[in-house]
Design a protein around this ligand. Structure first.
Ligand code: MG
Length: 259
């Protein structure tokens, strides 16, 4: 009887180890797209959206970065806002613009300063700029700022620009996560340029469903944007996507928890 109890305990112990390990490997993580903005007093790419993403325990909070006319870095999605071009307007003017929640358009420095007080990871998208030289300048400035603010282990870089991605890979400290967004490189090609992984649109993975497993076999991570529906969450979770970038972080977290 005692032997049987010991055997059962041993089986339970091994099973629980398996569950813990399996969970740690398979768990899909939530990234709030442009922060958590579909909630009270928030707005896309606002400091509030970053705080709100952190408050619900998101793995990461994504935001978009531009190099302004005076080579200062600001946070905004589109290439122009309220008629002002991000690249052709001095930052001092851009930061006077109001976001939908009444906050001013933030500088990258303000954004990182806020991020430093939070637990959520900072998923920085460098937008594709008018010239490769401006992208290189932006990459240099970003990496220097992140280093001086001691945020190197908390930041991840993403971009649609292959040039920007290659510059992040060349200039960021080894081990910094760097993901390409455009979707036109195979897992093998991503591996060859030294990217951390694919951060592709859902349709790219729907068209190439084997790419998730291929990335994993190559040691690459998989992030998917911008996924907002339960059925797509389910499909990606069952296919073991590492991260999902979403405008619906609460719904995604609920779906992950239900697994
Ligand atoms: Mg973005």
């Amino acid at each position: 009887m005692k032997l049987l109890t010991m055997k059962i305990q041993r089986i339970i112990f091994i099973a629980s180890l398996f569950v813990v390990t399996h969970h740690a490997i398979a768990q899909t993580q939530t990234i709030a797209h442009r922060g958590f903005w579909k909630t009270d007093a928030s707005a896309e790419n606002s400091l509030t959206s970053l705080v709100k993403a952190d408050s619900i325990g998101c793995y990461g909070s994504e935001f978009d970065v531009w190099l302004a006319e005076d080579n200062e870095l600001v946070v905004n999605h589109d290439s122009s806002y309220q008629g002002k071009s991000m690249e052709k307007t001095p930052s001092a003017e851009l930061v006077t613009l109001k976001l939908k929640n009444g906050e001013n358009l933030p500088t990258l420095e303000q954004y990182l300063k806020k991020g430093k007080t939070l637990k959520t990871r900072l998923i920085l998208e460098l937008k594709a700029h008018s010239t490769p030289e401006r992208e290189t300048e932006a990459v240099r400035k970003i990496i220097a700022m992140v280093k001086s603010m001691e945020l190197t282990t908390k930041i991840e870089y993403i971009s649609f620009s292959l040039h920007a991605i290659k510059e992040f890979i060349r200039l960021a400290p080894a081990g910094t996560p760097i993901f390409y967004l455009e979707g036109n490189l195979s897992p093998q090609q991503l591996k060859e340029i030294g990217a951390t992984g694919a951060d592709y649109h859902l349709n790219i993975f729907r068209k190439n469903p084997n790419w998730i497993a291929e990335c994993h076999e190559l040691g690459l991570k998989v992030n998917v944007w911008t996924v907002n529906k339960s059925e797509d969450f389910e499909w990606l979770i069952s296919n073991k996507a590492d991260y999902i970038t979403t405008n619906e972080p609460v719904l995604l977290q609920k779906t992950i928890k239900s697994k």
